[in-house]
Design a protein around this ligand. Structure first.
Ligand code: NAP
Length: 489
């Protein structure tokens, strides 16, 4: 464990009664506790507006664990012991006098405290003010912020300024849960733990990169948030650009917070801003209509929402990185709801061989494709050309065959943790490597704000697509006019 890690004895969780707390945060904290990874004497204080006693909050947390933990992880004794760590404080973060209550509840925080804000970003500023007033911003306090960090660059700066007015950057932990995923961290192992990819990991070796995050779900219970956000803000500004940066960055010299984040930030500085006049050509927006997903008939977005809306539920973008390594290599990003399948993956298509010796004998070659599948399965696959067995009397028959590394199978004996487990533990122990730095997050917003401005300038409205498809047909045209096909099967 790096020497910089300093565990603490208090965790203060704002938004403790929310959906994220129930589905992810409480199960993650339990998972860490179950494995003996939380500091022995660490208490967890939940805070939210709902009136609740400590016991009522423990009951609430137990119900969340019952509902969201897999059956084989529900150990009665360990759950009981975890619940003993919990207590609760009713508090409205917009009411400054309420902060004295947590001050009384928490007592001495000099041994260190981690705070996590799992509330709407509009509440971050008042929360920070209240924390400052209560004296919870001293040198032994770290703060974690759930995404989204604002709504656009201006609001993101406002939040960052407010947080920076009381916490230095080295005590601010901006969460992007994709960075907590094992497969995402595996991108680093694949690229920088093996020698054979790096020499071809550039414009000479790679033809194009495709990043897809496809969901089959529709609005679920998130209408209030999602309709004001849309796919660009919800997925591209954070997860997709982080994936792009990990694929595109130069090799960091060390596995640490500065080296890795410096390299990602450099990628964002080289990301070509899409000019308003180029936005219609380089981006596609869509909104799902009715259709069928997984054999079920589903409603369109507007029917689900119950009112008119021009919010995009799909976006596809052709991005370019203006540096030596990536000159002329398109990065295609695509994300949507109610898509044909649930899938997050990165597909890297290599350049074709410069000359095919098989052409005269009928042998057809396909370019190699490296697929990094993040979900639902976790695997890395390389498609390579192989000769079909035979005497070749009517020509050489070549076929793509997969070279598969199933991470699920290879590490079958190792528990796959929720991404938040890793990130919460890093917050508690003080390791910022997998958190997003201010310059990164602001560069991400600047890039997607320019796209949104281009949509407004060109009066671009989302095109309807059938639920259960891969988005509007213009998304296919986005790549096909470059001679590239989305990797869809
Ligand atoms: P949520 O279910 O609406 O919960 C919001 C939480 O904030 C509740 O605990 C609520 O407490 C508390 N809260 C609201 N106003 C408050 C106030 N004035 N003072 C103190 N507490 C207040 O939201 P969520 O889904 O958990 O999401 C939390 C954050 O994570 C949001 O920014 C969301 O965009 C982000 N996020 C969520 C997900 C997800 O899957 N849910 C995924 C990614 C990001 P009371 O209900 O007790 O008032």
């Amino acid at each position: 464990m790096p020497g910089t890690r300093q565990p603490l004895d208090k965790l203060l969780l704002f938004g403790a009664t929310g959906d994220l707390a129930q589905r992810m945060l409480l199960p993650s904290l339990y998972g860490l506790d179950e494995d003996g990874l939380l500091p022995a004497d660490m208490t967890i204080t939940g805070a939210a507006r709902s009136e609740m006693s400590d016991d009522a909050f423990r009951k609430f947390a137990k119900e969340a664990l019952d509902k969201f933990l897999p059956a084989d992880r529900k150990e009665k004794d360990k759950i009981a012991s975890f619940l003993k760590r919990l207590n609760y404080q009713t508090l409205d973060v917009t009411k400054m006098d309420h902060f004295t209550r947590i001050s009384d509840e928490l007592g001495d925080t000099s041994k260190g405290m981690a705070i996590f804000l799992s509330t709407a970003p509009s509440l971050f500023e008042p929360t920070i003010k209240g924390l400052d007033k209560a004296g919870f911003t001293h040198g032994n306090v770290r703060i974690g912020l759930e995404k989204p960090l604002g709504y656009d660059l201006a609001s993101s700066r406002e939040i960052n300024d407010a947080v920076a007015s009381v916490f230095p950057e080295d005590r601010i932990y901006r969460f992007d849960h994709y960075l907590g995923k094992e497969t995402v961290q595996n991108i680093l192992a694949l690229r920088f733990g093996n020698s054979f990819f790096e020499p071809v990991w550039n414009a000479q070796g790679i033809d194009n990169v495709q990043i897809t995050i496809a969901e089959t779900v529709g609005l679920e219970e998130r209408a209030g948030y999602y309709d004001g956000a849309g796919a660009l803000r919800d997925m591209v500004t954070n997860h997709m650009l982080q994936l792009l940066a990990l694929i595109a960055m130069e090799p960091p010299a060390r596995y640490d917070k500065d080296a890795i984040r410096d390299e990602k930030a450099k990628v964002f500085r080289c990301l070509r801003q899409i000019a308003p006049e180029d936005v219609p050509h380089n981006t596609v927006t869509g909104q799902y209509g009715p259709g069928a997903v997984d054999g079920q008939i589903v409603k369109g977005y507007l029917d689900e929402l119950g009112k008119p809306s021009v919010t995009e539920t799909f976006v596809a973008i052709k991005a370019n990185i203006d540096n030596w390594r990536w000159q002329g290599v398109p990065f295609y990003l695509r994300t949507g709801k109610r898509m044909a399948v649930r899938r997050s993956e990165i597909a890297i298509q290599f350049k074709p061989v410069p000359h095919s010796m098989f052409a005269g004998r009928g042998g057809l070659l396909q370019p190699n494709v490296l697929t990094i599948r993040l979900q639902p399965e976790e695997y890395i696959q390389m498609l390579i050309m192989a000769k079909e067995p035979g005497l070749d009397r009517d020509g050489v028959h070549l076929r793509e065959v997969p070279l598969n590394l199933s991470l699920d199978a290879e590490f079958a004996g190792t528990r796959r943790r929720i991404a938040y487990e890793r990130l919460l533990l890093d917050l508690i122990e003080g390791d910022q490597t997998l958190f997003v730095r201010r310059d990164e997050v602001e560069a991400q917003w600047a890039w997607t704000d320019a796209i949104r401005a281009g949509w407004a300038a060109n009066d671009m409205k989302p095109k309807s697509y059938a639920s259960g498809s891969w988005g509007p047909s213009t998304s296919i045209a986005l790549t096909e006019r470059d001679g590239v096909t989305w990797q869809d099967d």
